[in-house]
Design a protein around this ligand. Structure first.
Ligand code: A2P
Length: 296
């Protein structure tokens, strides 16, 4: 692990600079074993969500690990479909009891829209949800609150209407998909950025340009991808169920020289089809926002 370094959130809470992601890791023994082994390998930051369906096994692994609870940073997320004040409070309680914990370190709104309504305008609903997030934070049952998959316009709606600013935005982040405008906006507003899918959910593993740089450092491609995200000041959340990979992904304490960082920054087509899918989703979102303004 990288000297177990930490970042400070805007409220002064420390967050380990890398975390173990658990998206798509099935509940039961697979999630339990993966999280248990990640903790054995030195991870002290575990990222889950109610939508992942594995909170129970993640919680059990944390409990059985023998690691002091306060030494582990645990994140969970409000299901993307929940967009009311009352349901937000209820959903948080459900997560807490599924995890079997008395508090969560970081609680995030999983997405600005329900998964089957991606790109639609839920800014009004998110402001209501955020009021409940603030209540949960003030109750002391979570140490920090934030959002995930939020774009600038979604963040502005919260920032303009909140008493407590989001402390984190967790976004999809990997070489070739660095969302610089969004990341800069987050930094200007003291919102720490976490990056899920630092390996593009595996799609980057076949990229020859990235592989060539990894070879230069005598590391594997996944290690280079994780280190790159760290060098960008973003918290990588790699996931794996393979013990060899879990261990390997903690061994990322090497430097990437500035010229190679520049080169990696310049890579765009790291994942086939990404550019086209980004353009399509950009057009779709703009059309939806336009329609919602015309309708007002
Ligand atoms: P596996 O579970 O077999 O390790 P991401 O973190 O971007 O979502 O990527 C996760 C994907 O990358 C999973 O398919 C995972 O498979 C794979 N992966 C994670 N770490 C490594 C590694 N060190 N080497 C090869 N594949 C990896």
């Amino acid at each position: 692990m990288n000297e177990n370094t930490v970042f400070l959130l805007s409220n002064g809470v420390e967050i380990p600079s890398t975390g173990f992601g658990t998206w798509q890791i099935p509940d039961g023994e697979i999630a339990f074993n993966a999280v248990s082994y990640a903790l054995q390998c030195g991870y002290r930051h575990i990222d889950t969500a109610r939508n992942y369906g594995n909170e129970q096994s993640v919680g059990r692994a944390i409990k059985d690990s023998g690691v002091t609870r306060s030494d582990i940073f645990v994140t969970s997320k409000l299901p993307a479909e929940v967009k009311t004040y009352k349901e937000t409070l209820e959903s948080f309680d459900t997560s807490l009891s599924s995890l079997g914990l008395s508090y969560i370190d970081l609680y995030l709104i999983h997405a600005p829209w329900p998964w089957n309504r991606q790109g639609y305008d839920y800014r009004k609903e998110n402001i209501e949800v955020w009021k409940a997030m603030e209540e949960i934070y003030k109750s002391g049952r979570c140490r920090a609150i934030g959002v995930s998959n939020f774009e600038i316009s979604d963040l502005v709606a919260i920032l303009d209407n909140c008493n407590i600013k989001p402390m984190v935005n967790q976004i999809r982040y990997f070489i070739g998909n660095t969302q610089n405008g969004l990341v800069n906006f987050c930094r200007q507003n003291n919102i720490l950025v976490e990056g899920y899918s630092p390996l593009a959910t595996g799609a980057i593993l076949a990229n020859k340009k990235v592989a060539a740089i990894a070879e230069k450092y005598n590391t594997t491609l996944p290690q280079l991808c994780i280190r790159y995200v760290m060098k960008k000041g973003v918290i990588p959340l790699p996931k794996s169920t393979n013990p060899v990979h879990i261990k390997q992904n903690t061994d990322v304490n090497f430097e990437i020289v500035a010229s190679d960082m520049e080169y990696l920054n310049s890579l765009t087509g790291t994942v086939k089809g990404l550019r086209l899918s980004k353009i399509k989703s950009w057009i779709k979102k703009r059309l939806i926002y336009l329609k919602s303004y015309i309708g007002k």
